[in-house]
Every structure is written in C-alpha cells, then in structure tokens.
Design a protein around this ligand. Structure first.
Ligand code: HEC
Ligand code: HEC
Ligand code: HEC
Ligand code: HEC
Ligand code: HEC
Ligand code: HEC
Ligand code: HEC
Ligand code: HEC
Length: 416
C-alpha cells in the first residue's frame, strides 16, 4: 500500500517535472544538443541567486547553445538540494570537445596534479598549503587532471584555467595574460621574462599586429592544447652525447633520487617517466625542438632560431657544471659522516625535499635547483638577458661559494 503510494507520487512528480522542463524548453536538449529555447529553471532562479554567473554565461558563445544543466546536471532544482549539483571535470567538456580534451591529455598540463603529488616534500606540509584548500601548490596544479578517487568539490574543472568560467572566452585564452597567474614568480617567471623581452615589449606596443610572439604562439601552435617542451621544467634529458655533461647530469639525477648510488633507476624514475618530467629518448626531445624551430622560423631565419636555442642549451650545460659540483660538496658531507640522513628521508641529499632541507648548505642547493638554475636557462630561452645573467647565473655562482664555505665550516667544527 505504502509502496504504491510512493510510486504514484513519484510518477506524478516526474510528470509535473516533465511539464515544467518542457515549458522551459529543457526537455528539448537532453545532454546538451546545443538546441535551446527560452529560459531554463536554472537560469530563472540563478538570475537571483548568482546574477554574475548567469550574465557572463549568456554573453559567451556557449550561453547561446547550452544550459547550466549541460555541465552541472539536472538533479539539483532548489535551494534545498544544492549538494546534488554536479561540478564538471575535463570528462564533462569532452562530451562535446573530444579533440581538445585528447590534446590536453597528451600534453603536460593534464599531468600537473600527478607531478605535484609525486613530490616527497608535500608529505611534510599541512593539507591547506600543499594538496588541498586550493591556496598553495594545488591552486596552480589543479590545471592537471585528477583520478576519480581524487576529485574534490571544487578545483577539478581544469579546462576553465585559461578560458575561465562562465564566459569560456576564446579571446581571453588567446591573450598571454591568461597564462601569467601560474607561469610567474619564484621558479618559473616566464611571464616576467617574456613581458620585459623584445617579444613582450612589441606585443604590449601593438597587441593586435601579430608582429611579436605570445606564449600561445610558441607553446600552443595552431591552438594545440598539448603543451610540451623539449627540456621541460627540470631540463634533464636522456641520453646525452657530451660525456662531461652526462656525468654532471647523473650527479643531479642521483640528488633527485631518480638514480641510486650505483646509477640504477629507482621507483622515482618511474614517476618521472609517468609524469613525462623529462624527455627520455632523443626522438621525443628532437620532435619538440623541431616544432619550436619551425615556429620561430615564421619570423626569423632557421639558422637564427637554431643558434639561439643552442645558446640556451649551452647555458644549461654551464649551470649544470656548477650545480653538480655543489651537490658533490654536500654529498661528501654525508659520505664522511659530517651530516646524518634524516630518519624520514629515503635519500640524502634529496633535492625533492625543497625547502625542507635541514642545513644551510642544502637550503642553498635548493635555491640553485629551483630558483637560480631555472632563471638562467629559462631567461636564455625567453630572450631575457637580465634573468639569464643577474637573477640566474650570478646567483648560481654566489650560492656555490656559500655552499663551499659552509661545508668547510662544518668540517672544521667536526674536527675540533
Ligand atoms: C529555485 C532556485 C534554484 C534553481 C531552480 C536552481 N538552483 Fe542552483 N543553486 C541555488 C542556490 C540557492 C544555490 C546555492 C547558492 C550559494 O551557495 O550561494 C545553488 C547552487 C548551485 C551550484 C553551485 C553548487 C556548489 O556546490 O557550489 C550549481 C553548480 C548550480 N546551483 C547549478 C544549477 C543548475 C544546473 C540548475 C538547473 C538544473 C539549478 N542550479 C537550479 C538555487 C537554484
Ligand atoms: C560548459 C560547462 C558549464 C556550464 C554550461 C555552466 N557551468 Fe558552472 N561551472 C563550470 C565549471 C568548469 C565550474 C568549476 C568547477 C570546479 O571548480 O571544479 C563551474 C562552477 C560553478 C559554480 C560554483 C563555483 C563558483 O564560482 O561559484 C556555480 C555556482 C555554477 N558553476 C553555476 C552555474 C550556472 C548557474 C550555470 C548556468 C547559468 C552554469 N554554472 C553553467 C562549468 C559550467
Ligand atoms: C553539450 C555540449 C558542450 C559541452 C558539455 C561543453 N561545450 Fe563548449 N561549446 C559547445 C558549443 C555548441 C560551443 C559553440 C561553438 C560555436 O559556436 O562555434 C562551444 C564553445 C566553446 C568554447 C569557445 C567559446 C568562444 O568564445 O568561441 C570554449 C572555450 C568551450 N566551449 C569550452 C568548454 C569547456 C571548458 C567545457 C567544459 C567545462 C565545455 N566547453 C563543455 C558545446 C559544449
Ligand atoms: C604559481 C603557481 C604554482 C604553484 C603555487 C606551484 N606550482 Fe608547481 N609548477 C607551476 C608551473 C607553471 C610549472 C611548470 C613550469 C615550467 O615548466 O617552467 C610547475 C612545475 C612543477 C613541477 C615539475 C613538473 C614537471 O613535469 O616538470 C613540479 C614537480 C611541481 N611544479 C610541484 C609543485 C609543488 C610540490 C608545489 C608546492 C610546494 C608547487 N609546484 C607550487 C606552477 C605552480
Ligand atoms: C593553457 C590554457 C588552456 C587550457 C588549460 C585549455 N584551453 Fe582551450 N583554448 C586555449 C586557447 C589558447 C584557445 C584558442 C586556440 C586557438 O587559437 O584557436 C582555446 C580554445 C578552445 C576552444 C575553442 C574552439 C576550438 O576548438 O578552438 C575549445 C572548445 C576549448 N579550448 C576547449 C578546451 C577544453 C575542453 C579544455 C580542457 C581539456 C581546455 N580547452 C583547456 C587555451 C586553453
Ligand atoms: C618566442 C617563443 C616563446 C615565447 C613567446 C614564449 N616561450 Fe616559453 N619557451 C620557449 C622556448 C624556446 C623554450 C625552451 C624550449 C626547449 O626546451 O627547447 C620555452 C620553455 C618554456 C617552458 C618550459 C620551461 C622553460 O622555461 O624552459 C614553459 C613552462 C614556458 N616556456 C612557458 C611560457 C610562457 C607562460 C610564455 C608567455 C609568458 C612563454 N613561454 C613565451 C619559447 C617561447
Ligand atoms: C592554472 C595554472 C596554469 C595556467 C593558467 C597555465 N599553466 Fe602551463 N603549466 C602549469 C603547470 C602546473 C605546469 C606543470 C605541469 C607538469 O609538467 O606536470 C605547466 C606546464 C606548462 C608547459 C610545459 C613545460 C614542460 O614541462 O615542457 C608549458 C609549455 C605551459 N605550461 C604553457 C602554458 C601556456 C602557454 C599557458 C597559457 C595559454 C599556460 N601554460 C597556462 C600551470 C598553468
Ligand atoms: C611572430 C613573430 C616572431 C616569432 C614567432 C619569433 N620571434 Fe623573435 N622576434 C620577433 C621580432 C619582431 C623581434 C624584434 C626584432 C628583432 O630583433 O628581430 C624579435 C626578436 C628576437 C630576439 C632578439 C631579442 C633582443 O633583445 O634583441 C631573439 C633572440 C629572438 N627574437 C628569438 C626568437 C626565438 C628563439 C624564437 C622561437 C623560439 C622567436 N624569436 C620567435 C618576432 C618573432
């Protein structure tokens, strides 16, 4: 008796809902066919609840064809059931933009969440600083795709990183300023470098002439959403023909814990491979390099482009000399028992502990690793001599001197 009563009330309820949806023209667009008539119930209510979202959405291209329910589902219909509103992921956008989602997944942005999570130093941070809360690392790395088990109520959208909700404007995404919220600051100041280079300066003077390349010209050629560079963030490719450089690189890879003492790959090597942190064969490096030279060549001669990129490679080699030397200095302190491996560290020195480093010398090493070396080579590639030299190279040298001095002091104290 009770059951059938429920059945009837549900049937009546559904019928009423169907009428309501039909009246709003929603039933005509199940799953978003891009056919839209009149005002949906979502929009009618949200005009009062969140007017900014509605007007921005309706002013964009998707506002002409879609309803809120195309991305948020239709289960939430009132103030009482807000938790039923779904929040979209790249999968949601992929229903209609499969090609763009596929490109994104082939590039580095999709891996940003995994790369962040792979950092051992994250375990030492309160959740709000590291992986949660969207205030620290996660606020930028949410451009990556999360596994189903990692989805959080907010910050899983990813695709709204450059064409932000709810305008989803292509014009905004094509503007280099769309990249600067993340590509700035301490360890990757590409915005500052580009902005004050000749390229950025010409763009600022004539933003519509197309005379100067933007971030998108060089990194999203033809609108390709699969961003990837030859060297990547850490500038550690494999294999390497230059013998001395290879030796320095191995020293660096050991300090990152990717190779063990004997030079064999560790479990971290698999993480590096999985997150495409480095190009691990010559072909994938050359492919990205050739794409870039092709892009430069639309405005410069091929030889000019090649010469400039080669000069950037040389800067990596020279900074690696000093960096590897500094690592050896610190490593010797561990080997000689002057420093002791922290109990909860697997490797020492461990560059992936970032600022968790326990000694002054290792703090300097961290600065070379994430700030100075980065600025030196990133400045070279982004045609910014000041970043390359004064913020980069000069700082690498200063830090190397301090590391030597600190190591000598530690040894002297130990031998007292
Ligand atoms: C009768 C009014 C009403 C209707 C109809 C309505 N909403 Fe809402 N919605 C709300 C209110 C109220 C909130 C909470 C707003 C707040 O927290 O400031 C909300 C919140 C949301 C949120 C945010 C959820 C969150 O966790 O932050 C989304 C997304 C949303 N609505 C989408 C929709 C969609 C899609 C529809 C149509 C299928 C819809 N709404 C219909 C009133 C409504
Ligand atoms: C094309 C897909 C799409 C459509 C259509 C869409 N949204 Fe959203 N919405 C998003 C994305 C993406 C997010 C961010 C999700 C996240 O942070 O994880 C979002 C988040 C929200 C939020 C919570 C975050 C905030 O900024 O307050 C509300 C509320 C919301 N949408 C309301 C609406 C309403 C109302 C409509 C219709 C006028 C609408 N959305 C249409 C994609 C969409
Ligand atoms: C139900 C299908 C559908 C879904 C789901 C969808 N879109 Fe769209 N999208 C469209 C349609 C239709 C257009 C308009 C195409 C046109 O007019 O050229 C569009 C256009 C766009 C544009 C171009 C806007 C412009 O200014 O030219 C962007 C950017 C975009 N969508 C991003 C997204 C993102 C991000 C998501 C997921 C959060 C998403 N879309 C989900 C159907 C969809
Ligand atoms: C301001 C935004 C921002 C913050 C905050 C941020 N990152 Fe990043 N991160 C980036 C960008 C942008 C890149 C790519 C830079 C490049 O390639 O030059 C990146 C690169 C990385 C990489 C290298 C990935 C690879 O495949 O090469 C790792 C690992 C990483 N970040 C971890 C972290 C961790 C852990 C934190 C917090 C302690 C953090 N990031 C905080 C924006 C940010
Ligand atoms: C790094 C910034 C960035 C991210 C992240 C991003 N886009 Fe885009 N998007 C762009 C740029 C730039 C354009 C303009 C491309 C061009 O010049 O044609 C664009 C254009 C679009 C368009 C317009 C129509 C078209 O195909 O050119 C759609 C649709 C779109 N993106 C969907 C997505 C989806 C889906 C995602 C998530 C997988 C996403 N975007 C993530 C930067 C981004
Ligand atoms: C004139 C072309 C050009 C422009 C414009 C440009 N870049 Fe680059 N970018 C490069 C080159 C070249 C590299 C190094 C490529 C390699 O590894 O061979 C690079 C590398 C990168 C990297 C990987 C780490 C690094 O810095 O070496 C990121 C991230 C990046 N650029 C982001 C940006 C952003 C964001 C902008 C805009 C603020 C921008 N770039 C503007 C050419 C450009
Ligand atoms: C929401 C933050 C965010 C925005 C906005 C953003 N990026 Fe990124 N970008 C990242 C992070 C984080 C990474 C590192 C991902 C990884 O390597 O795992 C990255 C990586 C990259 C790389 C790959 C470097 C490599 O390792 O080869 C390039 C190139 C790049 N971004 C270009 C751009 C451009 C161009 C734009 C603007 C159109 C842009 N990004 C907008 C956060 C962002
Ligand atoms: C859309 C056109 C365009 C593209 C693409 C482009 N450039 Fe340029 N570049 C210019 C213009 C214009 C200037 C200023 C005139 C000049 O010095 O040739 C310039 C200047 C330079 C300069 C001189 C900077 C200075 O301070 O004197 C270097 C170096 C350079 N570009 C390297 C590159 C490299 C490397 C690439 C590819 C990664 C590239 N450019 C891609 C247009 C472009």
């Amino acid at each position: 008796m009770r059951r059938s009563y429920h059945f009837i009330s549900i049937a009546v309820g559904l019928f009423g809902l169907f009428i309501a949806l039909s009246a709003n023209g929603l039933a005509a667009s199940p799953g978003g066919t891009g056919q839209k008539k009149g005002k949906s119930q979502c929009i009618s209510c949200h005009e009062k609840v969140s007017a900014g979202i509605v007007s921005q959405f309706l002013a964009g291209k998707m506002g002409k064809a879609l309803d809120c329910s195309d991305c948020h589902g239709s289960e939430h219909t009132s103030e009482a059931d807000v938790a039923k509103a779904k929040l979209p992921t790249p999968e949601t956008c992929g229903r209609c933009h499969a090609g763009r989602v596929q490109q994104y997944r082939e590039g580095k942005h999709a891996l940003a969440w995994a790369a962040m999570k792979a950092m051992p130093m994250l375990n030492h941070q309160p959740p709000g600083v590291g992986g949660g809360g969207l205030k620290g690392c996660s606020a930028c790395h949410k451009i990556g795709e999360k596994a189903a088990s990692e989805l959080t109520r907010y910050g899983s959208g990813a695709c709204d990183s450059c064409h932000t909700r709810h305008s989803f404007s292509v014009k905004e995404a094509r503007d280099p300023r769309a990249c600067r919220t993340c590509h700035m600051g301490f360890d990757h100041p590409q915005w500052e470098m580009w902005q004050t280079s000749k390229h950025g300066t010409i763009w600022e003077l004539e933003p519509t002439s197309g005379r100067a390349p933007t971030c998108q010209t060089c990194h999203m050629h033809d609108g390709n959403h699969g961003v990837m560079t030859a060297w990547g963030f850490l500038a550690l490719r494999m294999p390497e023909d230059d013998k001395a450089w290879l030796e320095d690189r191995i020293t660096i890879l050991k300090a990152i814990g990717v190779l063990d003492e004997k030079g064999n790959p560790t479990e971290r090597f698999d993480a590096v491979k999985g997150a495409k942190v480095a190009r691990l064969d010559k072909e994938s490096f050359d492919r990205e390099r050739n794409k870039m030279i092709h892009t430069c060549s639309s405005c410069h001669s091929r030889s000019y482009a090649e010469t400039n990129l080669k000069a950037g490679d040389d800067i990596i080699r020279e900074t690696d000399r000093i960096f590897a030397d500094s690592i050896r200095t610190v490593k010797a302190l561990y080997d000689d028992g002057i420093l002791k491996k922290p109990a909860d560290w697997k490797y020492a020195p461990d560059l992936l502990q970032f600022y968790e480093a326990k000694t002054a010398a290792e703090q300097e090493l961290y600065l070379i690793f994430l700030e100075y070396r980065q600025r030196a080579f990133q400045g070279a590639f982004h045609a910014n001599p000041d970043y390359m030299h004064w913020y980069g190279w000069a700082k690498v040298k200063e830090a190397a001197t301090r590391i030597k001095e600190d190591a000598e002091n530690l040894r002297r104290e130990k031998n007292k």
